[in-house]
Write a protein that binds this ligand. Structure first.
Ligand code: NAP
Length: 240
């Protein structure tokens, strides 16, 4: 079987390892956003396809039998491209997305559905920890009365809010480490996407223990095409 994995996540790397272990031909695709990405086993290609049409062409040229969309749940455009390309080529599509976080007792969530709403909510606080990655930071550029501690893996290259500090750091994080970060910076609220998974969950537990509200951006909807699973093993079980 020839599989294309749209990746950039731990789940995608887990899936590549399982498929290679079964003897399948696997090529993983990364967008190329992160300077020093963790690489999966098997073949890797890096860079966009040129929209749904480019991906359609690529699937045909490489005789792909199945497409796994194992991208981050907030990577909306590539998931849509995958849906369109699979519908056009008749390729089976499996979305592998880790489950969303659910609010736990003691947590205070301010749930929003867009980065602009998250920015508007942030403006109610003096000091906010911003953990949304670096691509969407420009949505916060107009928040001039709030100080942001921006944590991301690589340096941001977009407009930033006037009062900010940058902390370059890659998870996983510990609850104690997150509490220390919140307390030593006088953080009053944190902003996160509802990414799900264990790697970055400690900040929610730290916020709960310190009675800090979490402004949480809910996931964009998945395209209707394809089968949704939550683990690499389930992705293999879902193969046609
Ligand atoms: P996006 O908005 O959905 O994608 C923008 C464009 O980047 C797509 O149209 C596509 O270009 C290209 N692209 C995205 N993922 C690709 C992949 N795996 N392989 C080849 N091209 C890809 O995605 P994003 O939010 O910028 O995320 C980019 C990548 O980072 C994703 O692969 C995702 O898994 C990973 N990531 C994202 C987040 C997040 O919070 N968004 C967090 C962690 C990791 P073309 O249209 O030219 O094909």
């Amino acid at each position: 079987m020839r599989a294309l994995i749209l990746g950039g996540t731990r789940e995608a790397r887990d899936l590549a390892a399982l498929l290679v272990g079964r003897g399948d031909y696997v090529i993983s695709s990364l967008a190329g956003r992160v300077k020093d990405p963790a690489l999966p086993v098997g073949e890797v290609r890096i860079g966009g396809f040129g929209g749904p049409e480019g991906l359609t062409e690529w699937i045909r040229e490489h005789s792909i039998d199945v497409l796994f969309d194992a991208t981050h749940p907030f990577a909306e455009k590539i998931s849509q491209s995958a849906a369109t390309a699979c519908a056009t080529t008749g390729t089976p599509l499996i979305h592998l997305h880790r489950p969303a976080w659910e609010k736990q007792p003691g947590e205070t969530w301010i749930e929003v559905s867009s980065m602009d709403e998250a920015a508007a909510e942030s403006a109610r606080f003096s000091t906010v920890l911003l953990t949304i990655g670096r691509q969407k930071l420009a949505h916060f550029a107009g928040c001039d009365s709030t100080r942001f501690l921006i944590r991301c893996v690589d340096p941001p290259e977009v407009a930033l809010p006037p009062q900010h500090d940058i902390l370059l750091s890659r998870g996983p994080f510990t609850i104690d480490g997150e509490k220390d970060l919140i307390q030593s910076n006088g953080i009053e609220a944190l902003v996160t996407k509802n990414s799900g998974g264990d790697l970055t969950h400690a900040k929610l537990e730290a916020a709960r223990d310190l009675h800090i509200p979490v402004i949480i951006v809910q996931r964009p909807p998945l395209p209707a095409e394809g089968t949704l699973v939550h683990t690499a093993a389930d992705a293999i079980a879902a193969l046609p």
